[in-house]
Design a protein. Structure first.
Length: 256
């Protein structure tokens, strides 16, 4: 079965847009606002990057590559920043912005000023792989038993995605990546499919992480008064069952 490049990228654009809406909705529901909004921005930028391929499938413009690479790199940087914010770490904003500015400038130079397609593909794919690996490392260092499993699963998805981009960089440097056209080619198809699958799988995992605080608050409010923090009837009964004297002597008590 032969796939179509614009069709694959159209699917990535649709999924990215839906993911951005879902994540933004999660932030409104009570998910941790800053990381969830960064994740939503990353998904939206991925959709914008993919839309460039859909809208300009056969364009010979030298600006086509920068129009794709700039939002793609910015989107994956947003995912990294959101993940660091979620785990209450300070993102290295200046190094990240410097990396993005340098990568975009090099892409423009190698596309417009001194076209060198193989080197451009290698540098762009390597930068994406680096951003994905950094995000995976941040997820692997998650603390807390409840979030650790979800974070580990999301990290593994990112490692697989980074491996695909490393492969893309390798074959791109060797000149084996053909130009985008009407028919999908194996190197590009693998990359687009990886982007699509990671976008589909990661969003539910990120939503679980983002809503974890809301779930904690719901569990706490079921046993404690929201205003005073004092145990309510359910919380008192739950704690009273754990008292050792109750099971040993069969005594009852009333507290006023």
């Amino acid at each position: 079965m032969q796939l179509d490049d614009p069709t694959l990228m159209f699917a990535v654009a649709i999924v990215g847009t839906v993911n951005a809406i879902v994540l933004a909705w999660g932030a409104l529901l009570g998910a941790r606002r800053k990381p969830t909004l960064y994740w939503a921005a990353g998904s939206l930028l991925l959709a914008v990057a993919s839309a460039c391929i859909v809208l300009l499938p056969e364009s010979d413009s030298p600006w086509r590559a920068p129009m794709f690479n700039a939002p793609l790199l910015a989107g994956y940087a947003c995912w990294l920043i959101g993940t660091l914010h979620f785990f209450e770490r300070t993102p290295p904003m200046r190094p990240l912005l410097a990396l993005l500015a340098l990568s975009i400038a090099i892409t423009v130079w190698l596309s417009v000023v001194d076209p060198q397609r193989e080197l451009r593909i290698f540098l762009a794919a390597t930068t994406v792989a680096l951003l994905r690996l950094c995000t995976a490392i941040a997820l692997f260092q998650a603390r807390g038993n409840r979030n650790r499993g979800v974070a580990l699963a999301a990290g593994l998805v990112l490692v697989a995605d980074a491996a695909v981009f490393v492969h893309h960089a390798h074959i791109g440097l060797g000149g084996a990546v053909p130009a985008l056209g009407a028919a999908a080619h194996d190197p590009y198809s693998l990359t687009w499919i990886s982007m699509l699958l990671s976008a589909v799988v990661l969003t539910p995992l990120l939503m679980l992480l983002g809503l974890s605080r809301l779930l904690d608050e719901l569990r706490r409010s079921a046993h404690e008064d929201n205003l005073t923090g004092v145990a309510n009837r359910r919380g008192f009964l739950a704690r009273s069952r754990s008292l050792p004297w109750q099971s040993q002597h069969g005594l009852g008590a009333v507290l006023m």
